[in-house]
Design a protein. Structure first.
Length: 260
């Protein structure tokens, strides 16, 4: 225990989460983030003159920095593992399998692949991922969390620029199916990026989500802030994150950190 404490105290901590605020970016298929104070200082006082403030939030489980559970997407009416989707869900209780609450806290080796600042029409290929890993001298191992930097985090404070909607759908860089297969062949635990959707969009079929979540049981992380990791050229690190335990949830907000 003393060794772990010493290592943790000597490590640099990188916060990989984006802040939540009213008007923040969100995928059009998910609800926006809502916030309000429910009690202000001065509304009530204790006998000694103290007061407290409180607030309330409403949001979707796939808004902001978050993790996708395997039940987020289905194919042919079935969920990952062959479950019949219609038998595994209800509006009131959510999913019965592959729920957010079943995702254990994540403590794994993390890898950053810094692809630079990509344009919205850039589809990341397997060759590009391979070249980036080679250039960084970064090996990807089974069980890793692999994060792709596209530079898109620089638009986070401007929802219009970040979502970059084309005919109502987000448009932005990300891996195509070939790139996703390159990642899945490595046996990784999760893949993530600094974009609203971990794949090249728009693509109405969302093939990368289907391939990773449905076909391979690989989690997806979205809306990460990878700028400081990239600036410091930190390509390998300890990735730590804990999803909210949302019973029945298809995904959950996440506060990930990297220790290097």
């Amino acid at each position: 225990m003393s060794t772990l404490t010493t290592l943790a105290q000597s490590a640099r901590v990188y916060d990989l989460a984006q802040p939540y605020f009213v008007g923040m970016p969100h995928h059009p298929s998910h609800p926006p983030y809502l916030f309000s104070l429910t009690k202000k200082h001065g509304d009530m006082h204790s006998p000694a003159g103290h007061s407290s403030a409180a607030d309330a939030i409403a949001m979707g489980s796939h808004v902001g920095t978050h993790i996708d559970g395997f039940g987020h997407f289905s194919c042919g009416g079935r969920l990952h593992g062959g479950h019949v989707a219609r038998e595994m869900q209800s509006y009131a209780e959510g999913l019965k399998v592959h729920t957010a609450e079943s995702i254990a806290p994540i403590v794994r080796r993390g890898v950053l692949l810094d692809l630079g600042e990509l344009s919205a029409d850039h589809r990341v290929s397997a060759a590009e991922l391979e070249a980036c890993a080679r250039r960084q001298d970064t090996a990807i191992q089974p069980g890793d969390v692999v994060l792709l930097r596209t530079g898109w985090a620089r638009y986070w404070e401007d929802a219009t620029a970040y979502i970059n909607a084309v005919k109502g759908s987000p448009a932005g860089p990300g891996p195509g199916l070939e790139g996703a297969r390159w990642l899945s062949e490595k046996g990784i635990f999760a893949a993530g990026s600094d974009t609203v959707a971990f794949e090249f969009v728009p693509d109405p079929d969302m093939p990368v989500h289907i391939h990773l979540l449905f076909e391979n049981g690989i989690h997806i992380l979205e809306a990460l802030n990878l700028e400081q990791l990239a600036a410091d050229r930190v390509y390998e690190f300890l990735f730590v994150a804990a999803p909210l335990k949302l019973r029945g949830g298809t995904g959950a907000p996440l506060r990930p950190i990297a220790l290097a």
